[in-house]
Design a protein around this ligand. Structure first.
Ligand SMILES: N[C@@H](CCC(=O)N[C@@H](CS)C(=O)NCC(=O)O)C(=O)O
Length: 223
């Protein structure tokens, strides 16, 4: 009997959200084993030896306790045919998703900025999205004229670029105005059945970060 993947993280996006995206895209049902709200919960996981590097995200899947976000994503993408058909496609996918991971790191850390740094970090995040990352994905789509970023079939690259676009748009709704192919890409990928479902209200997609989640993370991790 296969059991559902069980996720251990905060009740927020952070490093777990892309994992949720890939599972949802693959149509895999998963459960949030627990949301970390207290230091005690985190220490219990540490004492149980569940966190190899004393960090979350952690995902119980296929009788393994996986940590390290990239390792978890690689496993899910490989298992569910979201990782290209050969090593060359995989190399392209890796390059494109590493771009999204760099951008997501800025998006994830932005709510944790000090009041003095907030404005600067906001401007840098939008600037990097529009000047560094989105032009690359726009050009890829333009150059090969296909619907998906790699190999003319859905891969984690499409999913992760869509995730980044949607997160940046929450901060700056006009961010795609100079990127017509990415606008069409966003509409197309958002409309794939499993993704469409994940984007519905009430799904397992987590909401925009707020002061509450920042406070919880700081408390649990004693930052
Ligand atoms: N390289 C790790 C980094 C994980 C990480 O920094 N997790 C944070 C929460 S988002 C954490 O558990 N921090 C506690 C610590 O590092 O002691 C990954 O990608 O999973």
């Amino acid at each position: 009997m296969t059991t559902k993947p069980r996720l251990y993280y905060f009740n927020g996006r952070g490093r777990m959200e892309t994992i949720r995206w890939l599972l949802a895209t693959a149509g895999v049902e998963f459960e949030e084993a627990e949301y970390l709200e207290t230091r005690e919960q985190y220490e219990k996981l540490l004492q149980d030896g569940a966190l190899l590097f004393q960090q979350v995200p952690m995902v119980e899947i296929d009788e393994m306790k996986l940590v390290q976000t990239r390792a978890i994503l690689n496993y899910i993408a490989g298992k569910h045919n979201l990782y290209g058909k050969d090593i060359k496609e995989r190399a392209l996918i890796d390059m494109y998703v590493e771009g999204t991971m760099d951008l997501n790191e800025m998006i994830m850390l932005y709510p944790f900025s000090s009041p003095e740094e907030k404005e600067k970090n906001f401007a840098l995040m939008i600037q990097r999205a529009t000047n560094r990352y989105f032009p690359v994905y726009e050009k890829v789509l333009k150059d090969h004229g296909q619907d998906f970023l790699v190999g003319n079939q859905l891969s984690r690259a499409d999913v992760q670029v869509l995730e980044s676009i949607l997160m940046i748009e929450e901060y700056e709704p006009t961010v795609l105005s100079e990127f017509p192919l990415l606008q069409a890409f966003k509409a197309r990928i958002s409309n794939l059945p499993t993704i469409k479902k994940f984007l519905q209200p009430g799904s397992q997609r987590r909401t925009e970060p707020d002061d509450r989640i920042v406070e919880t993370v700081n408390k649990v991790l004693q930052l």
